[in-house]
Design a protein around this ligand. Sequence first.
Ligand SMILES: Cc1cc2nc3c(=O)[nH]c(=O)nc-3n(C[C@H](O)[C@H](O)[C@H](O)COP(=O)(O)O)c2cc1C
Length: 181
Amino acid sequence: MRRFQPVERRHALRLVNHGAVIMVSTGTGSEVALMPAAWNTPLSHDPPLFGVAIGAGRSTLEIVREYGEMVINLPGKELLGAVMLSGKTSSRAVDKFKAAGLTRRPSRKLNSPGIEEARAHLECRVVRECPLGDHVLVVGEVVFADALEGTFGETWLSSPEGIHHLGGAAVCFTGERIEVR
Ligand SMILES: Cc1cc2nc3c(=O)[nH]c(=O)nc-3n(C[C@H](O)[C@H](O)[C@H](O)COP(=O)(O)O)c2cc1C
C-alpha cells in the first residue's frame, strides 16, 4: 500500500486549487478595482456562466456589486509580477493598473475595462451572488469573449501558460498542450 501523509484542514483546499489564476477588473474612471483570483470556475455551457469566489471584504466585491459586471482577464506567465502585486494591495488605496504597469483596454459590451496585456478576456454580466462562508461566489454570464489573435481555435492552440497559485508565494505554470487520441 502507498503511504499518504495527513494535510492540515486549513491547507486541504490547496491540494486541488490549481486552476489558472484570472484577474477580475470592474468599475470605471477612478473607481476601477483589479484583483487576481485563483478560486474561479466555469459553471455552465448554455448560457455560458463563470464563477469567482471573492472574499467578503474585498473592494472588488463592492465594485462588482455596484456595476453588476466584471471582466475576467487571463494573464500569461509574463504577468506574474503584476498578478502578485495586485493581490497584495487594495484598489481603495492604489490604481492597480498603474502600479502594476497594466493598460486599461475598453471592453466591447461592458463599461469596465479589461487588461490589454492579458491573453484573453471574458466580459461578464453578474447574474447571481451566493454567500459561502467567508467568500461570495459571484456568477457572471459571458456576453463577449476574445483571445489574442492566432492563439485560439476551438481550444487554445498551444499552452496558454497560465499562472497556477499553489498558495502563499508558490506558483507553477500551465504545462505542455497535447492531443489525446
Ligand atoms: C495568486 C493570488 C490568487 C488569489 N485568489 C483569490 C481568490 O480567488 N479570491 C479572493 O477573494 N482573493 C484572492 N486573492 C487575494 C486578493 O487578490 C487580494 O486580497 C487583493 O488585494 C484584493 O484586492 P481588492 O481589495 O482591491 O479587491 C488572491 C491573491 C493572489 C496573489
